[in-house]
Structure formats: structure tokens, C-alpha cells
Design a protein around this ligand. Structure first.
Ligand SMILES: *Cc1c(COP(=O)(O)O)cnc(C)c1O
Length: 670
């Protein structure tokens, strides 16, 4: 490796200046005349002394001189690039990627060493004209920022503003791409007219860039002699060589939405509004208002289940298909009641998913039950019989599974495992109100199941429900949230635990009557909620079928999705950018509701589960090493989610989100 190459990563001390302008503006001629030292001399200086000064013109077509190998490689690459624009079937994404690679290599091997050694560098066009063309196709400036992330940004740019007609008439030969191929003009005959149309458009976009990015604009009249232009330009360049760099401010000038001047259908006007939340939750319609108002007049507090609380619980039990439902103030408290009703004690063990919302497991930890964590299937994010089996310990007495993001776990094999090993099976169905596994509703596979009803597919505002077919579990659950009147009425006085009916077990976690009224109303329209959300899911599934970069996390064909959110897998190996950059690009197109999950992730390292804190009311479990969770890591690193809209008037929003996903994916696809 040469001296020059090793320097390329050190900081720059020279100035990097780009001349930009449409084809025919005279960038190359002017840059060559403005230079103080030619490239070969600069290279010699670099090789012998390692430092230098003066303004070097580096042609965009300059082949790297850093090694013979690079020279051979770059010769082919530059030939290819030179002609790539003339290929009518080359996709924009391919072309952008190729150019990005070339610009990056050129930056690092040719420009950076010169700058690091003290030379100032002048180029006859850098990203400007090319970006202008991409913006007029389907790219936004923010997309280009990502695609060209590693390309060296000039410290200053001078835009040569010139009349395209005059440029054409100066008589230079133009290539097909300069005449407007790839720009929507290829149906026309390529010649003077197409050149003027295309170059005027490029000049306009460059003008817009100049305005936003603080480029210097120099008008170049066709009547002016080259010498006169050079002398005017050289004073501008001298000034810029001593002026503070603008490179740092470039990224602050992003276009948030598509350029409104871009022709419809080519990307620009498809962008969503930049403002506002797109996902409304819940739909507060007249029916809901009436239900809540009526309940306010009926009762604001019920001590038993003879009013709206009983109505809600019966409707919920029917909805899931279980014998009993007991409502709670939250999903978390329903899970807590489930853990106590399961009869688990400090020192007992439960297996929970490592990848879930923490409230699946945290109520167990609260009571000193040792949680061990099971890995996930890398494709669905769910625990499997195999990952659960691997987490079984001597003290394990129960298993809790979560049907992540609405995708049901493979319940037949999990039921089988629990039966074989004598483990109690609990389900957290908070993501899965509408899910079934091979014909059987989730929430009915185990001993008990819990549903959160806060911002989930069926809501009570805040609230949660425990369902079971066991009367004993139902009674225990009542004792852990609904003491006194209700327990006295509903628990058989012959039961061994009837003596606790008045006090319960010391806690109260009742749902409010208003929450229950909301729940009754929502369950009344469950069929409508389901069919709308399922239609949205189907639309996304079809719309994303050919997407190269993201694909929906789908359920087993004989099963049904729970319709909480739509999970997507981002495929980093097929994209130019990271998942985070991809999501940022979608946001820059206005699709804010596309999201990377925050608190739902690997929870196994949370200190609560070690309970070494002074609040623990029992002896903490022995310290255990953090489990190895390759499935969780693989799933979580690729996961992106979208709301499943299901309200009146949401259809156009779904179409626009699909359009954004399509557009951004095309931009970043490899
Ligand atoms: C929402 C949720 C909970 C907790 O429910 P709350 O009603 O918020 O207490 C538990 N588990 C999962 C998987 C959830 O998504």
C-alpha cells in the first residue's frame, strides 16, 4: 500500500471544491484552466515529499494512480460507468449503487490523499448533476444522503449557470444520456430539443440545490470568452479556498418530502404529509361516546359483576371461547393474577420468552418466581417447543408464551411439551386477540391466558382480561383482584379458599365500569374490526409480495393472524442501507408510523429478573449467566412494524404507506 493511500483516512487540510452545472456548461474546460498544478505533478510530489500545495484539477474520469491494480480496475469501471447512462434497461437503483461505489472509491483513493497532504482539489462535477437527475427520477435528497453517505462532500460548490440552447449550439458532441435518455424523454427523438428540455430541468434542480445548500452561483454567458470566465471564476475560487467549509452543513439541507416539481408517478408527489400521526387509536365514534355516556349515568363503580363488568366478561369469554373471563385494571395485573392463580411460589421457576414485552414476565419476578428465558424462532420471533425445552430447569413449574405481534406460536408442539414435562401452560395473548393456531383460538390452549386491552386490537382504554376453563383458577383470579362483594357472591362457600373472600389476597385490580363499557362496545363491533384489519393485512401482504427489501412476518397458512400490528422483516443483505437508515428514509417520506420496536425486545438482562435489589420480599434466585439467544438477536435486528389500520377512510393511507415502502425499497435495493 502506498504512502498516499495510508494517508487517505487522516483528516483533510486542503480544500475540496466542485464545479457543478448542466452538460455543456464548460466545467471541464474551466476546471483545467483554473488549476495551478496538474494531477501528474501532484502525484509525483505526493509520492516523493508527501505534502504539497496549490489547486489540482482532478478529472472525474481520472483513473486512480495509487496502484497498477487500482488503475486496471478503475479503467474498466470508469469505462463501464461512462457508458452505463446510455443503457436504456439499466435500473435507476443499479445505476445509483454503481455510481455510489465509484464516487466512494474515487473519494478515498484519489481525492482524500491529495487533500490530506495539503493540496486543494478542484473537480469538474461531483454529485450535483447526478443527484439532480436521480431526484427527477424517484429519489429524494435524503435518500441520496444515505446512498452517498461515504462519498467525500466538497467544502464548496460553484454552480455554473448557463443557457442550455447556447451550450448545445457550441457544437460539442453529446452522449445519449446527456441528450435526455433515462429522464422520461427517451420516447422522443434525442437531439437538440430533448437536450434543452433535459438540461433545463437539471439546471433548475441544481439551482434549487444551490439555494438550499449555500452553493455559489456564477452565471456563464455564452457570449463571454473562456479567458474572461476563468478570470471571474478564479477570484471566486480563491475566496472559497479561504472560506469556511460548507460540507458540514450539507446534511442539514434535506428535502423532507418529494420535490413537488418532480413529475407525478416518478416519486416526488407520492410522499405523505410530513406532519401528524397517521394511526388513530381508538376510533372514538358516536357509538363509543354513547356507550360511555350511558354507563356514566348507569354506574361509575360496581362492586360485583351484576352490571357492566359481568356483561364485558361474558362477552369476552364468548369472544375467546372459554368458560370464564375475569377482567382487570391492566394486562399486567391480569398476568399477575394468572401467576398467583397458577399457585407459583418464591423459588419456583417459570419459562418466559426472552423476546416479548416485559409485562409477560415481570409480575412473576415481583413475587420471587424465578424466570428463565427461552430463545425465539428467528423468523417469527416466537418461542418454540425446542427453545422452551432448552430453558427447563429443576424448579420449572410453568411456561408462559407470547404470540408475538399477532403471529400465533406453534401451539400443538408446545402443548405436547408441557403435557410431557408436567408444566402448567399460560398464554399472553396481548398481541393476538384475533389469532388462532390451526383452527383453535389462542387463549384456549393452556390452563389460563391473559389479554391486555390497552392500545391493543380490542380495547377498554386501560384494562386486561384473564380467561380460563377452570373454575378454581377463575376463583383464585377473583381473589387476586376482586375481593369482598364479588367473591362472596361468586365463590362457592364450600371451597377451601372461601375464607379469603372478604379480604381477597390483599390486592385489588378491578377494571373501571367505563372501561368495561368501552370493552362491551368494542366487542360488539369485533367482527367489523377484524374484517377491516384483516383486509389491511391482506393488502399489505399482496402489496409487499415482490418487495426486495422488506417482507411481512406471516402466519402458518392454516392459522390466523392476531391483527395487533403488521410485523416486517428487513433484509439487510438485500439493501444498501441499514434497517435504521431504511426507517429514517420512510420517515423522511412522511411515513412516520413505520417503527422499530422500543421496549419490546430481549428482556432477559433486565435487573428486575435478578432481584438483587433491597425491595425484594424474598430471597433472590441464584445468579445465572445471561442466556445465549441467537434467535432473538436475529429476529429483533431485522424487525420493523406497521400499524394495521382498520377505520373508515384509512384505505388511502395504506396505499400511501405501500407507495413509500415501494419507493424507498427501490432506492436502497442492491
Ligand atoms: C401490552 C402488553 C402487556 C401489558 O398489558 P398492559 O395492559 O399494558 O398492562 C403484556 N404483554 C404484552 C405482550 C403486551 O403487549
Amino acid at each position: 500500500m502506498t504512502e498516499a493511500h495510508t494517508r487517505s483516512t487522516s483528516g483533510r487540510s486542503g480544500r475540496f471544491i466542485a464545479l457543478e452545472g448542466p452538460d455543456g456548461a464548460g466545467k471541464t474546460t474551466l476546471a483545467a484552466q483554473l488549476a495551478e498544478i496538474d494531477y501528474d505533478t501532484a502525484l509525483d510530489r505526493l509520492a516523493s515529499v508527501g505534502t504539497g500545495q496549490g489547486l489540482v484539477f482532478v478529472s472525474r474520469r481520472q483513473i486512480s494512480r495509487t496502484s497498477a491494480y487500482a488503475a486496471a480496475l478503475m479503467e474498466h469501471l470508469s469505462t463501464m460507468l461512462w457508458h452505463s447512462g446510455d443503457d436504456p434497461v439499466l435500473s435507476d437503483g443499479f445505476w445509483a449503487s454503481l455510481q455510489a461505489a465509484w464516487f466512494t472509491a474515487h473519494s478515498e483513493t484519489v481525492i482524500a490523499p491529495l487533500l490530506a497532504s495539503g493540496f486543494d482539489v478542484l473537480v469538474d462535477g461531483w454529485l450535483g448533476k447526478f443527484s439532480a437527475q436521480l431526484v427527477s427520477q424517484s429519489f429524494t435528497e435524503s435518500a441520496l444522503e444515505v446512498v452517498f453517505e461515504r462519498v467525500l462532500k466538497p467544502d464548496a460548490v460553484v454552480l455554473l449557470a448557463t443557457d442550455p440552447a447556447a451550450a448545445y449550439d457550441r457544437g460539442r458532441e453529446f452522449r445519449a444520456s446527456e441528450l435526455g435518455m433515462h429522464t422520461g424523454l427517451d420516447g422522443h427523438e434525442l437531439g437538440r430539443d430533448s437536450f434543452i428540455t433535459y438540461q433545463t430541468r437539471t439546471a433548475d434542480t441544481l439551482g434549487l440545490f444551490a439555494q438550499r445548500r449555500g452553493w455559489r452561483v456564477v452565471d456563464v454567458a455564452s457570449s463571454e470568452s473562456v479567458d474572461d470566465t476563468v478570470s471571474r471564476l478564479s477570484s471566486v475560487i480563491t475566496e472559497l479556498r479561504h472560506y469556511p467549509s460548507t460540507a458540514a452543513t450539507v446534511s442539514a439541507h434535506l428535502l423532507v418530502t418529494g420535490d413537488p416539481r418532480v413529475p407525478t408517478g416518478r416519486g416526488g408527489s407520492q410522499a405523505l404529509d410530513a406532519q401528524g400521526s397517521h394511526y388513530r387509536w381508538p376510533a372514538v365514534d358516536e357509538g363509543l361516546e354513547k356507550a360511555v355516556t350511558a354507563q356514566m349515568h348507569r354506574s361509575l363503580s360496581d362492586r360485583d359483576a351484576r352490571g357492566v363488568i359481568g356483561e364485558f366478561e361474558s362477552a369476552f369469554a364468548e369472544f375467546v371461547g372459554t368458560g370464564f373471563a375475569v377482567s382487570f385494571s391492566s394486562g399486567t395485573s391480569a398476568i399477575h393474577a394468572m401467576s398467583r392463580a397458577a399457585g407459583l411460589r418464591p423459588g419456583d421457576g417459570v419459562i418466559a420468552p426472552a423476546y416479548t414485552f416485559f409485562a409477560t414476565a415481570s409480575p412473576f419476578a415481583h413475587d420471587g418466581i424465578e424466570v428463565s428465558f427461552a430463545d425465539a424462532d428467528p423468523v417469527t420471533g416466537n418461542v418454540t417447543a425446542a427453545t422452551l425445552a432448552a430453558a427447563i430447569r429443576l424448579n420449572t413449574r410453568a411456561v408462559i408464551v407470547t404470540h408475538m405481534w399477532g403471529v400465533p406460536c406453534r401451539m400443538d408442539e408446545i402443548v405436547e411439551l408441557c403435557r410431557e414435562r408436567g408444566l402448567m401452560l399460560l398464554e399472553d395473548c396481548s398481541h393476538a386477540h384475533f389469532a388462532s393456531w390451526r383452527g383453535q383460538r389462542v387463549g384456549t390452549f393452556g390452563d389460563m391466558a391473559a389479554f391486555s386491552c390497552n392500545q391493543k386490537a380490542i380495547t377498554t382504554g386501560e384494562g386486561g382480561v384473564l380467561v380460563t376453563n377452570s373454575r378454581t383458577h377463575r376463583d383464585h383470579a377473583l381473589l387476586f383482584g376482586h375481593y369482598n362483594k364479588r367473591c362472596l357472591i361468586e365463590i362457592d362457600s364450600a371451597a377451601a379458599y372461601y375464607g379469603f373472600a372478604v379480604t381477597g389476597m390483599g390486592v385489588k385490580h378491578r377494571i373501571t365500569t367505563l372501561g368495561a363499557a368501552i370493552g362491551v362496545h368494542e366487542l360488539g363491533r369485533a367482527t367489523e374490526i377484524e374484517s377491516r384489519r384483516r383486509a389491511t393485512l391482506d393488502r399489505y401482504t399482496t402489496g409487499l409480495a415482490a418487495n426486495p427489501v422488506v417482507s411481512p412476518v406471516l402466519v402458518d397458512p392454516a392459522s390466523r393472524h392476531g391483527l395487533y400490528v403488521l410485523g416486517l422483516r428487513f433484509h439487510p443483505e438485500r439493501a444498501l442501507v441499514s434497517r435504521e437508515q431504511f426507517v429514517a428514509l420512510c420517515h423522511s417520506e412522511g411515513a412516520h408510523a413505520i417503527d422499530i420496536a422500543g421496549s419490546t425486545r430481549d428482556i432477559s438482562g433486565e435487573p428486575l429478573f435478578a432481584r438483587t435489589d433491597p425491595f425484594a420480599a424474598w430471597t433472590p434466585p441464584p445468579p445465572r449467566p445471561r442466556p445465549h439467544l441467537p434467535g432473538v438477536e436475529a429476529f429483533d435486528a431485522k424487525f420493523v412494524k406497521l400499524p394495521l389500520w382498520g377505520y373508515d377512510g384509512d384505505e388511502p393511507l395504506v396505499e400511501r404507506y405501500l407507495a413509500v415502502l415501494d419507493k424507498v425499497s427501490r432506492v436502497v435495493a442492491l
